[in-house]
Write a protein that binds this ligand. Structure first.
Ligand code: GLV
Ligand code: MG
Length: 326
């Protein structure tokens, strides 16, 4: 390991993160009673401009009034390029209960954007004598944000997680899609012809670079990486495929833009029982091998060593945290 030590963000489950428009209070109770690990009440892109003040009021009331159980509770504020952001922060933190855990900041472009929100949040927290320090969820969804992702991830001790917003990112980079996430039949590879001249076309993951880049920036700074929305909520199979590849690449979870996606995300980002079993067996085998004076061992015909322990420990820690939640 490097001499540079990375302090991890506060441990939270983030398998599913449910988006709920702040202008639709009829959804709040159901969201509060549901199974999402984190709920974010949205003041940004799911809320029409003339509904912003009303949405703020709804959200402030709901934070204190609904029973959110053991979920983490977040509010997505508006971006720094809008006339709404300062009032989102000030109204929210001057008036909402201490139940609020996180603020989600969209469309971050630079570390200074995080610093600006941090300064404002810190002032209101101090002025109001708030006891709980609110954490930050940071959405990377612009070309500028992706370019500066490393600095953004390190910009504040409040930072807890990075999120990839495929819809705004596609708009910002002019990727050719009008969907929220998902695949594109034009993005793939054509195989060379075989003896009979047959060629296959394999669709590929057009978001691979972005997810991987986010995972690296997040983990290098002790943050949780979380994949963002998948818009076609009727297509559970495609949601599951996207969630699985995000899980394999190291994400802790994925957004749910519809309640039907919560259970899928929770299942997919829960380490599978057989993998956890294998992880526990690796830890046990390595302990045995260490006791016998060896650094590496064989388990089921495969080499394992101390790196295997580190892989296994992450799985076991996550499985234990999920089991503790019940
Ligand atoms: C999320 O905010 C997105 O733009 O995908
Ligand atoms: Mg967005």
């Amino acid at each position: 390991m490097s001499h540079t030590q990375i302090a991890p963000a506060p441990a939270r489950l983030n398998r599913s993160e449910l988006a709920v428009p702040g202008s639709s209070p009829r959804f709040f109770e159901k969201a509060a009673a549901g199974d999402a690990d984190i709920v974010f009440l949205d003041l940004e892109d799911a809320v029409a401009p003339d509904k912003k003040p009303e949405a703020r009021q709804n959200v402030i009331e709901a934070i204190g009034d609904c029973d959110w159980g053991d979920k983490a509770l977040s509010v997505r504020i508006n971006g720094l390029d809008t006339p709404y952001m300062y009032r989102d922060v000030v109204d929210l933190l001057e008036n909402c209960s201490e139940r609020l855990d996180l603020i989600m900041i969209p469309k971050l472009g630079t570390a200074a954007d995080v610093y600006t929100v941090d300064a404002l949040v810190s002032q209101v927290e101090l002025a109001m004598g708030r006891k709980k320090r609110v954490g930050f969820e940071l959405i990377i969804e612009t070309a500028l944000g992706m370019q500066n992702i490393t600095d953004i991830a390190a910009a504040s001790p409040r930072n807890e997680s990075l999120h990839f917003g495929a819809a705004d990112y596609a708009a910002s980079t002019r990727m050719r899609t009008v969907q929220i996430g998902g695949a594109n039949p034009d993005y793939g590879v054509l195989t060379d012809p075989d003896e009979s001249g047959r060629r296959d076309f394999h669709w590929a993951d057009m978001w691979h670079y972005e997810i991987t880049r986010m995972v690296v920036a997040a983990r290098a700074n002790g943050l949780r990486p979380c994949d963002g929305p998948f818009g076609d909520f009727r297509d559970a199979e495609a949601f599951a495929a996207h969630a699985k590849r995000a899980a394999v690449l190291g994400c802790d979870g994925k957004w749910a833009i519809h309640p039907s996606q919560i259970g899928l995300a929770n299942d997919i980002f829960t380490p599978p029982a057989d993998e956890v079993g294998k992880a526990r067996a690796i830890i046990a085998a390595m302990k045995e091998s260490e006791a016998a004076g060896a650094g590496a061992a064989a388990l089921d015909g495969k080499l394992i060593d101390y790196a295997s322990i580190r892989q296994a420990e992450h799985l076991v820690t996550m499985a234990d945290a999920i089991a503790a939640k019940g």
